[in-house]
Design a protein around this ligand. Sequence first.
Ligand code: NA7
Length: 853
Amino acid sequence: MAKSDVDVVVVGAGFAGMYLLHELRKNGFSSRVLEAGDDVGGTWYWNRYPGARCDIGTTDYQYTWDPELHEQWQWSEKHAAQPEILRYAQFVAKKHDLYSGIDFEVRVEKAAWNDETKQWSVHTSTGETITCRHYVMATGCLSVPKDPDIEGTDRFTGDVYVTGRWPHEGVDFTGKRVAVIGTGSSAIQSMPHIAAQAKEMVVFQRTPNFSMPAFNGPPPQDRLDRLATDRAAYEAEARMSPTGVPMPMATVSALAVSRDEAFAMLEKSWQRGELLTIGGTFTDVGINRAANDVVCEFMRSKIREVVKDPEVAETLSPRDFAYSTKRPCMDTNYYEMFNLPHVRLVDIRKHKIKSVTETGIDFGDESKEFDAIVYATGFDAMTGALVNVDITGKNGITLKKKWESGPLTYLGLTTVGFPNFYMITGPGSPSVLSNMMVSIEQHVEWIRDALVDMRAKGFDTIEPTPEAEEDWRVHCTDCADITLFQDTNSWYMGANVPGKPRVLFPYIGGVGRYRRICTEAQQRGFLGFELQGNGKRQLNPGPVRLMQPDVEMMLDVMATLELPPIEAMSPAEARGFMDASAAMRAPGPDVGEIVDGTFPAAAGDLEYRIYRPASAGPHPIVVYYHGGGWVLGSHTSDDPLCRDLCKRADVMIISVNYRHAPEARFPAAVDDAWDALAWVADNAEQLGGDANRIAVAGWSAGGNLAAVVAQMARDNAGPKLRGQLLLTPVTDGSRQSASYTENGEGYVLTKNVMEWFWNHYASAEDRKHVKASPLLAESLANLPPAMIVTGQFDPLRDEGNAYARALADAGVDVKRIQARGHIHTSITMVDMLPSGQSIRAKMASGLRGFFAD
Ligand code: NA7
């Protein structure tokens, strides 16, 4: 007789529930696993439609936790079909005696948290109530078929099939007239099989999908070789990769090569017949629509090559969403099938389905009879299975109620108000955007480790903090915002179920990065969680330090390049290195006109570059000082940023050069910066600008110079400045703030590099001078309005913030932008890091604000 009071209840006996059961037993936790089906397998138990196959290859879609399995189980194909995957699940369950720990044909109907006993009560369809300390939903992301949402579905008297609930005994369509509704993965996989039997088949398509041939056969030799040579390294790479499948990292933008070259590269990816290679061919398919269009056009050309009727080919060609923002599919003979005389495609956007009738379907101006209708209409993805069970947490709040406006989770694993409740591959985790096996194993191991750790330390409950949950929501949104997903009506966005909130349900920041965050949260004393037990309480609200995903990706790439540290170079070497790096960056947008020239400074002529907008002048003028620690850079070194600001703010940017250290130490740069401002003010009209609308701006050391000349302009009674825009400025060289410790390593501008800059520029004594450290000014009153941008992971963050606070205290109008998840250099990386766009948009609006009359 199974126990009705256990440590852990697990719902679902798919690959997640099975592995969790194994780990719970191994670590001495009592458990009950409850499964609605009559066997293990989850997705692969239910989805038995003909042609059902895993789109992730067998080299990658398999357990890694039992190394013996690799010897004991041989996959027959590159992409395994459903029966083989189900047999694999059964094999593992038998091998590890998992059947004895699972209750089959039991549904969980209700689960409620009791805050007094600190336990969950789980009510099942058999009338049993099980109490447990921990409650885990291992219910899968695509397990609840969605209502087809078509008028009259109940009336049809013929045979009705739903792909996600296919009869175990199979279906024979021989001689039948069959309607298939939907053209997602399930339809694309099953239809060629149905068409092979049916007398007639009509495909009702609402949105065409991208699909590529699976080229099924033996697994790819290169993957087999890598596994044979060093399986552990292969698996480790999978775990830290963006998708959970090892793949070479793309290094080229789709826009950096000719169309022919791009198509040749895509053809190579295509020939591999792997789901993720097409999207991974270029760096920017996921974030840049123009780059994505190159892939879309390639995919459409492939459809045209196969489908003989051009009109049908066009109807099958997606036109209105970006590649991979709807789940791309893999097929065998899908497009070829439309060349068969008994297969017909109906575009229901043009010929609407009016109703299902007793004998068939009314659509457009036709009424057609069918013997069978197959609904391949998809799932209530990600949250359907979770909110379908009545789960009540603290204070009587149900999960369904809490998630009314979208799922809120911490790490996609836990949610506030529901102590000791865990979701495997829940919303807010990579889940459906990853190789599920990798994600499942990671979650199971995270939960196992949490339970073991809590037991060792005597804690009974764990619950995320509201701050951590909010941080995670913001981070997930940051990640989603830089992608093209939001523009597409997909089940990733909840768009396939009427009334479902529209958010990107899975986490798009990548599998490896996500794992790092989860591991860090656990290892740093359950960051973002509150634990209680035995009269003890441990609260570790965070903050969870989350970087913008594109910034982190850039840092990862830089780490692999093993670049020499700047501070180990001579200034000349460092300048050469910076020039070489600048040559590789994206150019930034076109502006109306670019003019180079020189201006007379007291120390001799210095160069400038004017960026003029395309609109009619005279324009407001921004005198801009480049970054580079007073040692590196020139009037052209921040070219993409100057172009971007010129275009966005519709202002004229005059980027001026100044002498550099160590050849010309403090205060040479300040003197030149001042001469430049004075010269621009005197010559504003000749330059095509508006003499009454002048502001200063600068990045880093240039921000320092901008702040200094703004003070000098005040003290010298002119020129009158309308504003100062300071991007991650240096404001105080006399001491180091906490951000030097927090962010001193690993974020490009390091503490050591900053020290190297200062040593070249100014002596310890000079650093205390107000013209080196504008924060030390006796008064900051009567300075022009300021906008100060600081990066969360910048060593200079605190001194920028301190300057903003000091200006505000002195009565100056200050706008402060704290660039979440950014480093010192990332905001200037125009067209390379999309997450900087919104910050630069705010900077541009700040500039416009300076000049608004
Ligand atoms: P999907 O990918 O959600 O596909 C469902 C399909 O059904 C899709 O083409 C839908 O069109 C279509 N659909 C849904 N409702 C209707 C109605 N009312 N009328 C007409 N057509 C409709 O589900 P799958 O089962 O194919 O695949 C799910 C995942 O399983 C797959 O991505 C893999 O991860 C494995 P729409 O696109 O919404 O216009």
